[in-house]
Design a protein around this ligand. Structure first.
Ligand code: NI
Length: 148
């Protein structure tokens, strides 16, 4: 059956501060620059969730968007909107970078979606910063000699 992808957009506003316990204060300032400001700062994040699936011949749909919407609203938007990301338990040992955010959002969603349906998480943090994660590359197991 033909597969198609669907992307839905979400928005949330959150505060964060880029700071790692593994660095000294001076190193934190050097690595993260103004994003290390002790008072933190906020972003209006735009999140893109892409799912894929076979196009149902009866409905013409590749995914249940209502179910996806409920899942993303409950597990991601409600969790982060108008919050301090640094206070989220998932970021206790990880910096609140866009990279770590797309990894976390992937983890929060993938376990609650049918296997193979989640395709990509995209996140706009600022006008010029976009992050994305598509899961780990699938491992292809071939029998016999390795394919180069
Ligand atoms: Ni920031």
């Amino acid at each position: 059956m033909d597969q198609a992808s669907v992307t839905h957009r979400y928005q949330f506003a959150a505060q964060h501060r880029l700071h790692s316990e593994r660095f000294s204060d001076e190193e934190n300032r050097r690595v993260f620059g103004k994003c290390n400001n002790p008072n933190g700062h906020g972003h209006n994040y735009t999140l893109f969730v892409t799912v894929r699936g076979p196009v149902d011949p009866k409905t013409g749909r590749a995914a249940d968007l209502d179910a996806l919407d409920r899942l993303v609203q409950e597990t991601v938007v409600a969790r982060f909107d108008h919050r301090d990301l640094n206070g989220d338990p998932a970021f206790a040992k990880r910096t609140t970078t866009g990279e770590n955010l797309v990894l976390l959002v992937w983890d929060l969603l993938v376990a609650n979606l049918p296997a193979g349906q989640l395709e990509k998480i995209g996140l706009i943090e600022t006008r010029d910063n976009y992050f994305e994660y598509s899961g780990e590359a699938p491992v292809t197991v071939t029998s016999g000699s390795p394919v180069w």
